[in-house]
Design a protein around this ligand. Structure first.
Ligand code: IPD
Ligand code: CA
Ligand code: CA
Ligand code: CA
Length: 266
C-alpha cells in the first residue's frame, strides 16, 4: 500500500502539538516520578501517558504501522520492514522534572529502515524542528540552510560533562582531549534537542557515549536534510534496534573528530 507522506507529516505534526499542550497542562499539578534502571534514570506518569497517547492515535489511524517507544507501551517487537514510528514522548525527563523546560517530544517515521519524517518539538519554547526526506529541514516552518563548517578550535560541542569524569568510561581520555581542543562545551540534557541544535547551527557537534534509537531517530532525519552526519563513534551507521555511542556533527568536523579523538575501538 502506498503511503501519503505529506498527509502523514500533517497528522504527526498535529499530534505533536496536541501532546505538547497535554504536557504543558501537567506542569501545574504534582507529577508522579519513579526511577527505572538506577536512581537517576527517571520516568513520570506524563512520559507514559504521552507515549500511550501516540500509540493509541497511531493504532486507530494506521493499524498496519509499527511502534517503538522508550517506555515500552507497545508490547509487540516492532518490525523495521514497513512503516514504523519511533517515539520518545519526553526527551529530557530530568529537565522536565527539575527545570520544567528544556525537554522535547521526538517523533520519527521510518519506512523500510529509511527515515522519512522527523519531528522534534521543544514544548516550552514552542520550537518545532521538522524534516521530510528530500524536502528539507525546518524550524517553525522556516527552512534551515545547509550548515556552515567551523574549524575544530572554533567549534562548540554538546556533551554530557559527566562522561569525562566517569572513571569507567572507555572514552574518557579521548573526550577530555576533545574538550580541551574545542572552543567550548554545552550540556543541554536532551539528546533530541542537541541534535536539532547541530542541524540549526546552534552547536557544531554532539556526542554521547550511550543513546537508544528513540533518542536519535528523529534527529538523524533532520540532520541528514542539512548535510550533517550522525553515526556511532567509529563512523558506522546507527542502529534502529540497539543502543550505543552517537556522534552527530557537520561533515568535515565529523571526519576530523573521529580520526583524531574517538574513532578507535575500546
Ligand atoms: C536522555 C536525554 C539525555 C541523555 C540521556 C538520555 P530521556 O533521554 O536525551 O540528554 O544524556 O542519555 O537517555 O531519558 O530523558 O528520554
Ligand atoms: Ca528515559
Ligand atoms: Ca531520550
Ligand atoms: Ca524519554
Amino acid at each position: 500500500m502506498s503511503v501519503d507522506w505529506l498527509e502523514l507529516e500533517k497528522v504527526a505534526t498535529n499530534w505533536v502539538y496536541e501532546a505538547g499542550h497535554k504536557i504543558k497542562k501537567t506542569l501545574a499539578g504534582p507529577i508522579d516520578i519513579e526511577s527505572k534502571s538506577n536512581p537517576d534514570d527517571l520516568v513520570t506518569e506524563v512520559d507514559r501517558a504521552i507515549e500511550a497517547f501516540f500509540y493509541e492515535k497511531i493504532q486507530e489511524a494506521f493499524p498496519e504501522h509499527y511502534f517503538l517507544g522508550e517506555e515500552g507501551i507497545s508490547d509487540e517487537e516492532p518490525s523495521l520492514d514497513g512503516t514504523v514510528w519511533i517515539i520518545d514522548p519526553i526527551d529530557g525527563t530530568m529537565n522536565f522534572i527539575h527545570q520544567k523546560q528544556n525537554f522535547a517530544i521526538s517523533v520519527a517515521i521510518y519506512h523500510n529502515k529509511v527515515g522519512m519524517i522527523g519531528l522534534i518539538y521543544d514544548v516550552m519554547r514552542d520550537e518545532l524542528f521538522h524534516a521530510h526526506r528530500g524536502k528539507g529541514a525546518f524550524l517553525n516552518g522556516a527552512e534551515l540552510p545547509p550548515v556552515k563548517e567551523r574549524p575544530l578550535h572554533e567549534s562548540v560541542i554538546g556533551l554530557n560533562a559527566r562522561w569525562v569524569v566517569e572513571e569507567t568510561n572507555p572514552y574518557r581520555n579521548p573526550l577530555k582531549a576533545l574538550v580541551r581542543d574545542v572552543r567550548s562545551i554545552r550540556s543541554y540534557g536532551s539528546a533530541a534537542l542537541e541534535m536539532a541544535y547541530v542541524a540549526s547551527d546552534r552547536l557544531d557537534g554532539y556526542l554521547s557515549v550511550q543513546l537508544s534509537p528513540w533518542d536519535y531517530a528523529a534527529g538523524m532525519i533532520i540532520l541528514n536534510e542539512v548535510g550533517c552526519v550522525a553515526s556511532n563513534f567509529q563512523g558506522d551507521p546507527l542502529s534502529l534496534t540497539d543502543s550505543g555511542t552517537l556522534f552527530a556533527s557537520k561533515p568535515h568536523l565529523h571526519k576530523e573528530i573521529i580520526s583524531i579523538y574517538i574513532g578507535e575501538e575500546y
